[in-house]
Design a protein around this ligand. Structure first.
Ligand SMILES: [Zn+2]
Length: 267
């Protein structure tokens, strides 16, 4: 599933080709995404200009010149890319822009979402702090952990608390911070919270530098694979040796998802 670094990479790679461009045509081939694409979707977009491309957590926000916003969530397997000549049966929505660029939304599992929202509609009001924003401070994270007894990993993945982190990056962040995924958030000491905060910024920045993680479907806005999947230290490495200490990495279910950690490096 695309997480913050994948969505940010798509934003960075798409921006130079879509910002300032007018939508000349929208073709909706498949309306049955997680929420049905509305009948008026294409009409609302055609003739509008993209003034900016922003990101909030795992959402992409295309600002339109009429004040509305095209909101995109990639779900489990969505990709938004400028396509070459190829077409695919999972290309569900296709945009043709005034500079001739074709942007295609491809989503084999169709858990994504694409809709037009009004400014101030409150669609994203329950989204937590974006970990790349200046609001994400050690103090903010300490406040989130206070009196929350749930595992720190599920707290990091709760989009209403920290927006953008999922299973991959929560696993990698906690390894680098030396904290086990199942630790109750309320038991964390100040220095551990500071380590998790620092590791969050470090891991996300590094993953963006590598163009995100391509495990199955993910491609960036130019259709290229990411490179961070080759740098995972624990994620999907259960049974392998820890690169830091040699201990066997464990895989354990936690909150319905697999959790990966080194029992020696993480306390
Ligand atoms: Zn280790």
């Amino acid at each position: 599933m695309p997480e913050l670094p994948e969505v940010e990479t798509i934003r960075l790679t798409l921006m130079p080709r879509v910002a300032g461009q007018t939508v000349e045509e929208v073709v909706v081939r498949e309306t049955r995404l997680r929420q049905k694409v509305k009948a008026e979707f294409g009409v609302q977009l055609t003739g509008r200009r993209f003034t900016a491309l922003r990101r909030a957590g795992k959402y992409l926000l295309f600002d339109l010149d009429d004040g509305r916003i095209l909101l995109v969530h990639l779900g489990m397997s969505g990709c938004l890319a400028t396509s070459a000549d190829r077409t695919d049966r999972h290309d569900h929505v296709v945009f043709r822009l005034s500079n001739g660029v074709i942007v295609t939304y491809n989503d084999p599992r169709r858990f994504g979402c694409m809709k037009i929202i009004e400014p101030g509609e409150g669609e994203l009001s329950d989204l937590g702090v974006d970990p790349l924003s200046s609001d994400f401070t050690p103090e903010h994270l300490r406040e989130l952990c206070r009196r929350r007894r749930r595992p720190i990993k599920t707290l990091l993945m709760d989009q209403a608390l920290v927006a953008g982190v999922g299973n991959i990056y929560a696993s990698e962040i906690l390894f680098r911070a030396g904290v086990r995924p199942a630790r109750g958030a309320h038991t964390l000491r100040g220095r551990e919270i500071a380590a998790i905060h620092a590791a969050t910024e470090e891991v996300l920045a590094e993953a963006i530098r590598w163009g995100g993680s391509s495990i199955s479907d993910y491609r960036d806005g130019n259709g290229n694979r990411g490179g961070f999947q080759d740098r995972f230290r624990v994620y999907q490495r259960g049974g392998e040796s820890c690169g830091r200490c040699g201990t066997t990495i464990r895989a354990r279910p936690l909150g319905g998802r697999s959790s990966f950690y080194c029992p020696a490096c993480q306390k």
